[in-house]
Design a protein. Structure first.
Length: 321
């Protein structure tokens, strides 16, 4: 019989029994399986399952047909069709068992409906070829249980009757031998297999497009905004140069988090507060893997006449010394 969350690990483990050609990509790679189960009432449960390699969606489980849909055509090549078929069957049993057991425990403990259970399991492969597996469960958006790979133990975040039940349930299904093999070998193999087939997707590079404009919140303050979008992969460096010198972090400098666009590119903005007509020159500098050793340099050109207006300039690529 299949088990809850920790079973996501054994499903991954199953995938890993298959060998593959290894890729030579360097870096840290994470493979994830995400599950969201909404218990609307005691008889109605909705599920979603999603697999990811880094930020690339690999596939999801259609719970009406219990079949995996691939977001990326190359994912199918990772396994022979017969293995995908078996994997789909295992997922179906797992999801059904999960909702049955959680529902049962929830009802017995008068857990209020609706509630949402989320599971996340996967592993990280480090450049030194060691790996680390992880598994977590959330309940109504809060941390609920986490799995410690060192002693193969589930621990709850909050001690409640329900968290004790789910912890005991998961613990009963967790075989430490299986996990040890998973942690030692399987994660590494699986990630390497995916890296082999998904190399092009992982190595995809999209150039950032940067725009500089101003915002004037008050007469004595000018905000210089550098908006950078359309880049992939996610890591990027955006800095403001004042008279050629990088402006250090401080209260005048405000950089947004990196946010996703709908097309699996990213965007962010860096805002620098300056005094109007301070006589300095300002340039937004963007460095990104897709630019190689070059940088994008977008100057903000001030003149007293343009001060009252927003000025917009498009990216220009410049060589830097
Ligand atoms: C459970 O929720 C579904 C969908 O909202 C609804 O159709 C059904 O009548 C509900 N069942 C009970 C027993 O409340
Ligand atoms: C491998 O790298 C990870 C992440 O940097 C580190 O935590 C781990 O200790 C390293 N393992 C070995 C055996 O060097
Ligand atoms: C397992 O390890 C975690 C973290 O190190 C610890 O909090 C927990 O008590 C351990 N559980 C057992 C059963 O040893
Ligand atoms: C886990 O196993 C123990 C010992 O067999 C049993 O007492 C307990 O009820 C089980 N927990 C769950 C949630 O099934
Ligand atoms: C996993 O790795 C640890 C440490 O390298 C080792 O002690 C253990 O025997 C390995 N287990 C398996 C099942 O290969
Ligand atoms: C910036 O580029 C866009 C699209 O390439 C173009 O429509 C726009 O006119 C350009 N703006 C300036 C200020 O050059």
């Amino acid at each position: 019989m299949q088990s809850p969350c920790c079973c996501l690990l054994s499903l991954l483990f199953y995938l890993l029994l298959l060998s593959g050609t290894w890729a030579n990509l360097d870096g840290t790679f994470t493979i994830w399986m995400l599950q969201t189960t909404t218990f609307q009432n005691t008889s109605f449960v909705e599920m979603e399952g999603l697999g990811l390699l880094e930020d690339i969606k690999l596939g999801y489980l259609d719970t009406h047909t219990w079949s995996i849909h691939f977001y990326q055509p190359w994912v199918r090549s990772v396994l022979p069709q017969a293995d995908w078929d078996t994997f789909e069957k295992l997922l179906k049993v797992y999801f059904q068992e999960f909702s049955h057991l959680i529902n049962k425990g929830g009802m017995e403990r008068d857990i209020p409906y609706p509630f949402v259970a989320q599971c996340m399991a996967g592993c990280v492969l480090y450049p030194n070829k060691t790996s680390q597996a992880f598994a977590y469960m959330g309940y109504n958006g809060q941390d609920f249980l986490s799995f410690n790979t060192k002693n193969a133990t589930w621990t709850f975040s909050k001690d409640t009757k329900f968290s004790r039940y789910v912890q005991s349930l998961f613990q009963n299904y967790t075989s430490s031998d299986m996990l040890e093999i998973f942690i030692n070998d399987s994660c590494v193999n699986e990630v390497k297999m995916l890296l082999h087939y998904g190399r092009a997707a992982l190595e995809r590079q999209e150039l950032p497009v940067a725009t500089v404009f101003t915002h004037i919140p008050s007469l004595d303050q000018l905000l210089l905004v550098c908006h950078v979008t359309g880049f992939y992969p996610r890591p990027i460096s955006v800095a403001w140069l004042r008279d050629g010198q990088e402006v250090p972090p401080g209260p005048a400098l405000n950089t947004s988090p990196i946010l996703p666009n709908a097309d699996l590119t990213y965007q962010l903005r860096s805002v620098l507060a300056v005094a109007p007509r301070d006589g300095h020159s300002y340039v937004c500098r963007v460095r990104h893997q897709s630019l190689g050793t070059r940088s994008l340099l977008i100057p903000w050109e001030s003149s007293s006449k343009q001060m009252e207006e927003s000025e917009s300039r498009n990216s220009t690529v410049s060589k830097e010394d």
